[in-house]
Ligand binder design. Structure first.
Ligand code: HEM
Length: 459
C-alpha cells in the first residue's frame, strides 16, 4: 500500500527573506511539519501580523460563529478583481449577503437533480475521449469539469465555440497568473505594489468579454421566452426577496466568472488526486469497480435517475478522503476587523487570519493516521466527530461553498463512469508532489495508465 505523497516541509527556523521566497514558490512546502500538531502559528513581520488558526474552536469562531468579524481579506479582492470583478467570492457585508440570497436557490437539493442530465452528458463525453495508455489526468479532469460547468450553466458543451474560447483563455490566464489567489496569503505589506502581470490582465479582459457575450445572449433569450431551464436562467431570473431585483448583466458576468473558476479548477484538482489514490490502492480499486457496474446499463443511453448516486457509497467515501488529503483550496484568508485575543495572544485589527483546510484535514490531534489514505474511516461512527472538527474542504459557516453538493454529485458520477470501464495504474517512478497553485496541483502533473477493463477479469 502506497503512502499518499506529501510536500516537503521547511526547517523550523529559516531567515525571513528565505521564508518569503518559499511562500511565493509554494505555500505548502513553505510550512513546517509542526503545523500538523500546532494549535496556532504566528508570523510576526514588521508590517503585518499573520496568524494561522488550527484548532476546531478557533476555526469555528472565524468561519461560523463570528464570520462577520472576519471578512474576506482585501488582499484576496485586489488580486482577483480584474477577473472576478465583484463576484460573491470576493465581496463582503450586505453586497455579499444579497448575492448569496440570489445564488443559493439554484444549488439547493431539488435543483441539483435538474442539473444531473447535463452532468451525465459531460460524463459520457469524457468517457468517449478516453483511450488506452498513459495520460496526464489533471488535463483530463480539467476538461471534464469545465464541460460540466458549461453544460449545467449555459446548456452548451465545451465544444461550443464560445465555451471553447473561454476554456482556452482560462488556461492562458492560469499560465500568466499562476499564483493569483495565493498572492493573498503571502505576507507582504499592503503598500507594496503587486500589479497583475500585463499578460494576465489581458487574458482576464478577454475572458470577461467572452462571458459577457454569453450572458447578454442569455438575457435576450430570457426576455424572448426561449431560454433553456439551466443554472444561468435560474440565477438570472431569481429576484432578491428583499429588493425584488435580479442580477444586472455586469454583476452576473462576475458570478459566471467565479462559477467557472471555482467550479472547474477545484473539481478537476480533487478528481485528479482521487484517481491517483485509487490507482495506488489496487485492492480498493477493485471494490470500487464492482460498485461502479451499477452504471453500466445506462451507458450510451439517457441520464439515469439522480438517486443512482446512492449506489456508490464507497466511491463517495473515496472522494471525501481525497478532499481531506488534498483539499483543492488549501488555505483561506480572512482579516480581523477588530482587535482579538486568540489563545491569550493579542491579534491586531487588520491582522491576516489563515484557516487551512490542508492542515485541519491532516491534524494529528483529530484524525487517526492522518496522512494515510483510509476511505473506510468514513464508515466508522467516530468519523462524524472528526469531520465536524477537522473537515473543511468546502469551508464552513455562511461562506460555505454553495457548489458543495453539486461537486460531490459530479465527482461520484464521473468516478463511477470511469471505473466501470477502466483500470488506472500509477507508475511508482513518477510520484506526483502536491504544490499549491491556484488549487492543489501536482508539480509535474499526475500521470496514470488507462487500461480498458475486461468485463470478466477479476476487477
Ligand atoms: C471539489 C470541488 C469544490 C471545492 C473543494 C470547493 C471549495 C470551496 C471553498 C473552500 C470555498 C471557500 C473559499 C473561501 O472562503 O476563501 C468555496 C467558495 C465558493 N465556491 Fe466552491 N468548491 C468546489 C466546487 C464548487 C462548484 C462546483 C461551484 C459552483 C458551480 C463552486 C462555487 C463557489 C462559490 C461561488 C464560492 C464563494 C462563496 C462565498 O464566498 O460566499 N464551488 N468553494
Amino acid at each position: 500500500m502506497t503512502r499518499p505523497p506529501m510536500p516537503a516541509h521547511r526547517p523550523e527556523r529559516v531567515a525571513l527573506w528565505r521564508h518569503l521566497r518559499m511562500f511565493r514558490r509554494d505555500i505548502l512546502s513553505a510550512q513546517p511539519a509542526k503545523l500538523y500538531r500546532a494549535k496556532m502559528a504566528e508570523f510576526r513581520l514588521p508590517f503585518l501580523q499573520s496568524v494561522m488558526v488550527n484548532t476546531p474552536d478557533l476555526v469555528r469562531l472565524v468561519l461560523q460563529e463570528r464570520a462577520g468579524d472576519f471578512p474576506k481579506s482585501g488582499r484576496v479582492r485586489e488580486g482577483l478583481r480584474p477577473l472576478l470583478g465583484n463576484s460573491v467570492f470576493v465581496t463582503n457585508g450586505a453586497t455579499w449577503a444579497r448575492q448569496r440570497r440570489m445564488i443559493d436557490p439554484a444549488f439547493e437539493g431539488g435543483q441539483l437533480k435538474d442539473s444531473f442530465p447535463a452532468m451525465w452528458g459531460a460524463t459520457e463525453a469524457m468517457a468517449a475521449r478516453l483511450t488506452e495508455g498513459w495520460a496526464e489526468v489533471e488535463a483530463l479532469t480539467s476538461h471534464a469539469a469545465a464541460d460540466v460547468i458549461f453544460r449545467t450553466l449555459f446548456s452548451v458543451p465545451i465544444e461550443d465555440r464560445a465555451a471553447a474560447e473561454v476554456y482556452t483563455a482560462f488556461r492562458a490566464h492560469q499560465r500568466a497568473a499562476p499564483i493569483l489567489n495565493l498572492a493573498a496569503v503571502v505576507p507582504l505589506p499592503r503598500w507594496l505594489p503587486r500589479p497583475m502581470p500585463r499578460r494576465a490582465r489581458a487574458t482576464a479582459k478577454r475572458i470577461r468579454a467572452l462571458i459577457t457575450g454569453m450572458t447578454a445572449a442569455r438575457a435576450a433569450a430570457i426576455a424572448a421566452g426561449t431560454a433553456p431551464d439551466d443554472l444561468a436562467t435560474k440565477i438570472m431570473t431569481t429576484r432578491d426577496p428583499d429588493t425584488g431585483m435580479c442580477f444586472a448583466t455586469e454583476e452576473m458576468v462576475d458570478q459566471v466568472a467565479i462559477f467557472f473558476l471555482a467550479g472547474h479548477e477545484t473539481s478537476a484538482s480533487a478528481l485528479a488526486w482521487a484517481l491517483y489514490l485509487i490507482a495506488t490502492h489496487p485492492d480498493w480499486q477493485a471494490q470500487l469497480a464492482a460498485e461502479a457496474q451499477a452504471i453500466r446499463p445506462h451507458i450510451g443511453g439517457p441520464a439515469p435517475d439522480f438517486s443512482i448516486l446512492r449506489q456508490f457509497p464507497r466511491i463517495r467515501d473515496t472522494f471525501r478522503e481525497a478532499l481531506r488529503l488534498y483539499p483543492p483550496v488549501p488555505m483561506m484568508v480572512r482579516e480581523a476587523a477588530q482587535p482579538e485575543t486568540f489563545r491569550n495572544r493579542p491579534i491586531a485589527a487588520g491582522a491576516q487570519v489563515i484557516v487551512s483546510p490542508w492542515h485541519m484535514g491532516r491534524n494529528e490531534h483529530i484524525w487517526p493516521d492522518p496522512h494515510a489514505f483510509r476511505p473506510e474511516r468514513w464508515q466508522q461512527g467516530s468519523s462524524r466527530a472528526q469531520a465536524r472538527d477537522g473537515y473543511i474542504p468546502f469551508s464552513a459557516g455562511p461562506r460555505v461553498c454553495p457548489g458543495a453538493g453539486f461537486a460531490m454529485a459530479e465527482a461520484v458520477l464521473i468516478l463511477a463512469r470511469l471505473l466501470a470501464d477502466w483500470q488506472v495504474h500509477a507508475d511508482p517512478a513518477r510520484v506526483p508532489i502536491p504544490q499549491a497553485h491556484m488549487t492543489v496541483r501536482a508539480h509535474d502533473g499526475i500521470w496514470l495508465q488507462f487500461q480498458r477493463r475486461e468485463l470478466h477479469s477479476n476487477m
